[in-house]
Structures are given as C-alpha cells and as structure tokens.
Design a protein. Structure first.
Length: 292
C-alpha cells in the first residue's frame, strides 16, 4: 500500500483503506475524481453486496427447508424467533393482509441482508485487502493501487441504493392501494388541505418528504457503519505502530483491549442498524397504505 517502498503513514494507511475498487462501464480500473460521477461504480461494494445477498437468501431457504413441526433445533428456533419478530412488526404497521404476504418476507430479507453486510466489519481490517493486494502483486500489476473495501454498508451508494428501492416500493403500494388517481389527488391535497391555491405547496411538501425520508434512510445506516469501520482502522494503527517500531508495549496492549471492546460493542451496532433499517422500511411502506 505504501508508495516508493516506505511504510505508509497513518494518513496514507487510512486513505488507502477508504478507497474503493472502482471501474467504469468499460470495466476498466479507474479512480473517481469528482464528488458525483455516474460513469464510475464501486465494484467491490457490488461484489460483496451480491455475494452476501445470496448468502442471506441461502440462509433463509435452508431454514425453510429444514423446518418441521416437531421440537425445533437451535437453528430452527432462532430463525422462528426472527420470523415471528418481523411478522409482529409487519402486522402492527401494515394492516393489509395481502400486502404483508410480500412486505413481510421483504423486511425479513432486508434485515438478514443488511446484517450480513454489516458483519463484514467484524473481519480483521487488513485481512481481505491484504489477500487482494497479494493476488494483484502476483499477477505483475502495481499492488500499491490494489483497493478493496469489504463493508458494503459503509458505502453511501449501497445504502442509498437500498433506500431508493424502498422508495420505489412505496410508490408501488401508493398506486396499488389508492389507485393512480387517488394517489395523485393525495399528492396535491395533503398536508395543507384540498384547495387549488394550496396544490403547489402540497406537492412540494410531498416531494420534499419523499426525498428526505429516502436520504435519511440511507445516510443513517451509512454514517454508523462508516464510523465503525474508521474506528477499526484507528485501532489497527495502534497494533501497526507497535509492530513497526518494536517499542511501546502499551500500543500492543491498547490494540488488543480496544479491539476486543469495540468488537463486542459493534455486535450490537450491526444488529441494531439492520433492525432500524428494517423497521423504517416497514414504517414507510405502512405510510404508503394510509390515506392522508
């Protein structure tokens, strides 16, 4: 990761770890230079998101296949508790039984998917990036520019993509439940009242509400996971400082203690963030069923 053969500074180490493996639509390695660039995508986030999504689906499929009416094992009992929790929340927020047949499984899948993506933060910071760097070096390419971020939810494009998917589902249920005409009328008649002079203000407020909910939905998950990833990097620097200098045993002890404490705390964080995203998904979809 270091340039010109020297050990990276703390800033270089963190900067390298925060850089995505990016490609353009010609599938060439590129590096984003502007804040927003729709010609570039984070290939590492897409890769891990897809793989972890398949793992989540396999986990749920396996649980469904192994389910039986007898005394459940620990695996089946854990999955049944999770399914019952999601189903109870769905029943409390979405009163349309037909809609719950789709929304319930969607919420369960969202929870498992985000939990698995968040859990990637529990892996040693340098493990997968180091393996990737070693592979790139073995192919004769410049390993200094071998970038790999493994926590998809620490990527804003991933979390905003998820929240945009929820927004599209909200549009779908608004039209399905209220009809296209009914929803169009609601867009111009709420929240201030059904008067022609208020229609532009009502519509503007509705647009702002949808944008605000979508952005905050994605930003909340991203902010928490990005901060957690950054803390793990800072803890890793403590151990790296001791390993490079061979002195300062306090750094090594602090690395172990801080890493253990933060990892245990982060188990709660990754679970809570998956639950919050799932709950907000149910709340927003429930609002799409309600008339103003």
């Amino acid at each position: 990761m270091a340039a010109e053969g020297h050990a990276p500074t703390s800033g270089e180490y963190i900067t390298h770890h925060l850089q995505h493996w990016q490609k353009n639509f010609q599938f060439e390695d590129v590096k984003q230079t502007s804040i927003v660039d729709f010609n570039v995508f984070n290939f590492d986030s897409l890769l891990y998101t897809s793989v972890l999504g398949l793992i989540a689906l396999f986990f749920l499929w396996r649980a469904a296949r192994k389910a039986h009416a007898g005394v459940p094992g620990r695996f089946q009992a854990a999955v049944e508790i999770l399914v019952e929790m999601v189903d109870n929340q769905a029943k409390a927020l979405i009163h349309n039984e037909k809609s719950r047949r789709l929304v319930g499984p969607v919420a369960l899948t969202v929870f498992m998917w985000i939990f698995f993506m968040n859990a990637m933060d529990m892996l040693p910071v340098d493990w997968l990036p180091s393996l990737w760097t070693g592979y790139v070096a073995s192919t004769g390419h410049d390993a200094h520019h071998a970038y790999m971020r493994v926590v998809p939810t620490a990527d804003l494009s991933t979390t905003l993509g998820l929240s945009t998917g929820v927004l599209l589902l909200c549009f779908f249920y608004n039209i399905k439940i209220k009809g296209l005409g009914g929803w169009a009328h609601e867009l111009i008649s709420a929240p201030f009242g059904d008067h022609w002079a208020l229609w532009p203000f009502n519509f503007l407020m509705q647009v702002i509400e949808f944008i605000a909910k979508t952005v905050s939905h994605g930003m909340r998950l991203f902010g928490n996971m990005f901060a957690g990833e950054l803390v793990f990097m800072l803890i890793a620097l403590m151990g790296g400082g001791w390993a490079l200098t061979g002195t300062g045993i306090g750094l090594a002890i602090g690395h172990v203690i801080a890493g253990t404490v933060w990892t245990l705390f982060h188990i709660l964080v990754i679970t809570l963030q998956a639950f919050i995203f799932m709950m907000l998904t149910l709340i927003y979809l429930g609002q799409a069923h309600d008339a103003h």
